[in-house]
Design a protein around this ligand. Structure first.
Ligand SMILES: *Cc1c(COP(=O)(O)O)cnc(C)c1O
Length: 235
């Protein structure tokens, strides 16, 4: 094994290299894809190593876990993303603290974010989470209900809707995830074509440790990578 891969810094460099190669294969500019280090259960000391190695975006799943990390890394210029399931009663504390909420999975949640963003006097950047395979265990808009929800979503003036996010069902190989990534990209195009003024679909948050190169080939603008940087989580 490459000794470099024994360190967080080495693994960050390996992921960034792999991202560049995937972008090149797809004829895309490397800067059109950003790495979000998915940092749930990872200590702030280890996060700092990733940041020192060039990671700028961190993605957290739980507010309670994220808050002390946000405080401790305050001077590091980290851009924070909320990528986990968000409960409505937590929205008030999330709005304004995270640059982008990737996991808006219902109209009710969108409405609450809009309300709290209005109170805070800001526009919250969000992505809409899509449940591509109709998995009952997972949240997210079904593609067809998303089309129907657009009219309401377009009316939320304090939401800055930037695109879509998906976590496809587990697949035996990365290549098997490709149809899901392609489906998300096609859906974003279809939603854009409807021409709603407040709905912008330029961001696609898709791809994790085992399949991010394929996601980039299919148009990901954010990949969310945990294990490939920090190692297996002791869950
Ligand atoms: C944990 C997590 C990831 C990263 O998963 P890995 O397989 O460890 O890369 C990405 N997205 C979300 C929403 C996550 O919770």
């Amino acid at each position: 094994m490459n000794a470099e891969l024994g360190t967080i810094a080495g693994r960050v460099r390996a992921v960034l290299d792999e991202m560049q190669r995937a972008a090149a294969r797809a004829g895309r500019l490397p800067e059109s894809v950003r790495l979000i280090a998915a940092s749930k259960t990872v200590s702030v000391e280890r996060l700092r190593q990733a940041v020192d190695a060039g990671v700028r975006h961190l993605g957290e799943n739980r507010l309670q876990e994220a808050l002390p990390k946000i405080d401790t890394l305050e001077r590091e210029g980290v851009v924070w993303h909320f990528i986990g399931t968000l409960q409505r009663r937590k929205v008030r504390s999330v709005v304004g603290r995270f640059e982008t909420i990737h996991s808006v999975d219902s109209l009710a949640l969108a409405e609450e974010i809009d309300r709290q963003a209005k109170t805070a006097g800001l526009r919250q950047r969000v992505l809409l989470e899509v449940n591509l395979a109709g998995e009952v265990s997972k949240g997210g808009f079904e593609p067809t209900t998303l089309v129907a929800a657009l009219e309401s979503l377009n009316g939320f003036e304090h939401l800055d809707i930037r695109g879509l996010m998906a976590i496809p069902p587990p697949t035996p190989t990365a290549e098997d995830a490709r149809p899901y990534f392609r489906q998300l990209r096609t859906l974003a195009q279809a939603l854009t074509a409807r021409g709603y003024r407040n709905i912008n679909m330029q961001e696609l948050s898709m791809g994790m440790s085992h399949d991010y190169p394929v996601a980039i080939e299919e148009g990901a603008t954010y990949v969310r990578v945990g294990t490939a940087i920090f190692g297996a989580r002791g869950e």
